[in-house]
Design a protein around this ligand. Structure first.
Ligand code: IPE
Ligand code: IPE
Ligand code: MG
Length: 236
C-alpha cells in the first residue's frame, strides 16, 4: 500500500458475515460446519485488520430476524459465541483490544450472556482496536430503543446527536465501509442509522473463505472511492 493510500485507511470497517450455510451446503456439510469455518474467517479478518492499523471492526453475527432459524442452528451459534468469548477473545483482551457486543443481549442463553459479561469486564480498560460483535442486533430495534430512551428522559430539544448518543455505538465512529460477503446486496437491518454515509463493498466470496486477501481488496476499493458527503467532487 502506498503512502497516499494509507491516508485513506478506514477508521471503522463493518462486516456482514454471510454465506456460511451455502459454503457448507456446497460441501455437503451441515450448516453448523459453515458457521464453525465462519468463526475461523472472523479470526483471520480480525488479525488482518489489526495488522493494517484499522481502529474498529464490527461483525454482524446474529440479527433480530435470525430467531426464525431452526432452534438447533440457533443453539449451535450461541454455543460458538460463548466458546469464542472464552477462548479467542481472551487472547484479544491480552492483546489490548477493546471487545464489545451490541444488540439486545438479554434474550441470549445464560451461558452466552455470562461469557460475554466476563470478557466485556476484562476488556473494559483496554485502548486498542475495537472488536464489536453484533448479536441479536437489528438496526430498527436500535433506533426504537434510542427513541424510547429519549422520550423517557423527557428531553424536548432532540437533534441527531441526541439520538446518536443513545445508539450502541455512542461516541464511536460510523462505519466508513460496510462489507457483505456471499454476493447478497442488502443491509438486512444492519446499522441503519450509522450507515448514512458508509461506502458499500459487496463481494462474492462466501464468509468462511474470507481472510487477509479479502481485507486487502476492501481497503484497495475503499481507497479508490471519492466520498463527497453531498458536496461537489474533489479537485485533484
Ligand atoms: C451468515 O451465514 C451467518 C449468520 C447469519 C448467522 P448464513 O447462515 O446466513 O449463510 P447462508 O446465507 O444461509 O449461506
Ligand atoms: C444477515 O444475514 C445477518 C447476519 C449476517 C448476522 P442473513 O443471512 O440473516 O440475511 P438475509 O436473510 O439473507 O437478508
Ligand atoms: Mg445468509
Amino acid at each position: 500500500m502506498s503512502a497516499g493510500d494509507r491516508g485513506k485507511l478506514p477508521s471503522h470497517v463493518a462486516f456482514i458475515m454471510d454465506g456460511n450455510g451455502r459454503w457448507a451446503k456446497k460441501r455437503m456439510l451441515p450448516r453448523k460446519m459453515g458457521h464453525r469455518q465462519g468463526v475461523k474467517a472472523l479470526e483471520r479478518v480480525v488479525d488482518a485488520c489489526a495488522e493494517r492499523g484499522i481502529g474498529m471492526v464490527t461483525f454482524y453475527a446474529f440479527s433480530t430476524e435470525n430467531w426464525a432459524r431452526p432452534q438447533e442452528e440457533i443453539d449451535a451459534l450461541f454455543d460458538m459465541v460463548a466458546e469464542f468469548a472464552d477462548t479467542r477473545m481472551t487472547e484479544y483482551v491480552r492483546r489490548g483490544f477493546r471487545v464489545m457486543f451490541m444488540g439486545e443481549l438479554s434474550a441470549l442463553p445464560d451461558k452466552t450472556k455470562d461469557a460475554i459479561a466476563r470478557i466485556s469486564a476484562a476488556a473494559k480498560d483496554n485502548t486498542g482496536m475495537i472488536v464489536n460483535i453484533a448479536l441479536n442486533y437489528g438496526g430498527r430495534d436500535e433506533i426504537l430503543r434510542a427513541v424510547r430512551t429519549v422520550v423517557g428522559s423527557g428531553v424536548k430539544d432532540v437533534d441527531e446527536q441526541t439520538l446518536s448518543d443513545c445508539m450502541y455505538t455512542a461516541g464511536l465512529p460510523d462505519p466508513d465501509v460496510i462489507v457483505r460477503s456471499s454476493g447478497e446486496k442488502r443491509l438486512s437491518n444492519f446499522m441503519l442509522w450509522q450507515a448514512a454515509y458508509s461506502e458499500f463493498v459487496f463481494m462474492d466470496d462466501m464468509w468462511p473463505d474470507f481472510g487477509a486477501e479479502q481485507v486487502d481488496a476492501v481497503l484497495k476499493e475503499y481507497a479508490s472511492r471519492d466520498r463527497r458527503y453531498g458536496s461537489v467532487k474533489r479537485i485533484g
